[in-house]
Design a protein around this ligand. Structure first.
Ligand code: PMP
Length: 450
């Protein structure tokens, strides 16, 4: 058979594809995407959409960057695959570059996804405490609404009931505390005051559990899938102080916020003086062009593994982790981010263009607009006084109306029952000014017509 004949035999519908979302999300009619250009993609019927959520906050540089495509092709030709049980050049170079961007010395372990990057972190943490004479330190604290991945360890750190309920009890030793969610805080006061009280909850949890048993605290600098929560800078600084005080390792999950999305290269860099013990990343690391996860571990921590020799090395391996082509793509991606001043661009256009969404705060159904750079959550309510969440049907219709106009936006997953009411907007960081005008105007007109 010829190649053309063979291709003709391939199915054109999705009978056999187990799609993660469309089967349960009534807002999401199946879409078969066939091509992309910049921030836009085209489906099989020729409809064009602006991707207002960058795929799943992955596609930071948009579709079709020739430099990235070339980097992958050249690397595949030069060295198609090589395991990271040995070294290859793109991985060596990328690890060094990541460490430089993080602003301190880190040792980087590569994997394939955000979930795997977090799983790697959890194993590093537990082994580190054993090897430094604290074998009782195994508990990992995360926050309600946080998302850290789909695999059982990462899911155990993901404190969103509906994602977990059918798969619990999960991995033992994971605990959760409330996030700094000032819009619906447990506490009274200004956002900064309530955020600091949320940090105090971390301290009292460590005290109640016993500091000799608590190993680490993991947080997204900006909770993303759990409803875009923007903390005050002081919260992040206070959390670091608490972690240091109790020898609890601080892990920043930068899977969404890393590589410019919030107007700094990494989300934690908004908070002066904060330097996490471990940083996990994926998505924006390659702008989604190839799968790659990374766990960056402070070199002091790595030294403990190195010194212990072969009996105590890190017993963890990932066959495809740090694939040469994925590392080459990440390097090309970072080069573009630096060359085109993407982080500055996000800061500026985040304010001048996307920031216009704040004007919608006067609408009766907009409870709060939360934003950091190109990451926006609009919390929709039926009543501003009671903060009753906008119902599912209306939420669905906002997304559907935007889609009819050629704009794909998202909403937070089915996280907390009754709180599935945050619209998520996170366009590619290279979206043109016209793209951003279209995005803002479409959202404005759909919401104003509610
Ligand atoms: N951490 C965060 C903050 C995420 O948003 C995600 C994915 N949405 C993950 C981890 C897991 O990444 P992956 O889907 O690549 O496993």
């Amino acid at each position: 058979k010829t190649e053309v004949e063979l291709k003709k035999g391939l199915p054109t519908n999705e009978t056999h594809l187990w799609n993660a979302i469309t089967r349960y999300n009534p807002d999401a009619e199946p879409t078969v995407a066939v091509s992309g250009e910049g921030s836009w993609f085209t489906d099989e019927n020729g409809n064009r959409y602006l991707d207002g959520v960058s795929g799943l906050w992955c596609l930071n540089l948009g579709h079709g960057r020739q430099e990235i495509v070339d980097a992958a092709a050249e690397q595949m030709k030069a060295l198609s695959y090589f395991p990271l049980t040995m070294n290859h050049k793109p991985a060596v170079q990328l690890a060094g570059k990541i460490s430089e961007l993080l602003g301190a010395d880190y040792q980087v372990f590569f994997s394939n996804s955000g979930s795997e990057a977090n799983e790697t972190a959890f194993k590093v943490i537990r082994q580190y405490h054993i090897q430094t004479g604290n074998p009782g330190k195994y508990k990992i604290i995360s926050r309600y609404r946080g998302y850290h991945g789909a695999t059982l360890g990462a899911l155990s750190a993901t404190a969103q009931a509906n994602r977990r309920v059918k798969y619990d009890p999960g991995v033992p030793g994971f605990l959760h505390v409330h996030p700094p969610y000032s819009y619906r805080s447990l506490f009274e006061g200004t956002p900064e005051e309530t955020d600091l009280k949320a940090a105090d909850l971390l301290e009292s949890t460590i005290q109640h559990e016993g500091e000799e048993s608590v190993a680490a605290f993991i947080m997204e600098p900006f909770i993303s899938g759990g409803g875009v929560i923007v903390p005050s800078v002081k919260y992040i600084q206070r959390v670091q102080e608490i972690c240091k005080k109790y020898n609890v390792l601080l892990v920043m999950d930068e899977v969404v916020s890393g590589y410019g999305r919030t107007g700094e290269m990494f989300g934690f860099q908004h908070a002066e003086g904060v330097q996490p013990d471990i940083v996990t990343m994926a998505k924006g690391l390659t702008s989604g062009y190839l799968p790659l996860g990374a766990t960056a571990v402070k070199s002091e921590i790595y030294e403990v593994f190195k010194k212990q020799g072969k009996d105590n090395h890190f017993r963890h391996v990932s066959t495809y982790g740090g694939h040469p082509a994925a590392c080459a793509v990440a390097l090309a991606n970072i080069t573009i981010i630096e060359k085109e001043n993407i982080v500055e661009r996000v800061k500026e256009l985040g304010e001048s263009k996307i920031g216009r969404l704040h004007l919608l705060s006067d609408h009766k159904n907009v409870g709060e607009v939360r934003q950091a750079g190109f990451l926006v959550g609009m919390e929709m309510v039926a009543d501003k006084e009671t903060k009753e969440p906008l119902d599912d049907e209306k939420m669905g219709s906002i997304l559907a109306e935007c889609r009819k106009c050629g704009l794909m936006i998202g909403r937070n997953g089915d996280t907390v029952p009754g709180l599935n009411n945050v619209i998520i907007i996170a366009p590619p960081l290279t979206s043109t000014e016209e793209d951003l005008d279209f995005l803002v105007e479409t959202v404005e007109s759909v919401i104003r017509s509610l």
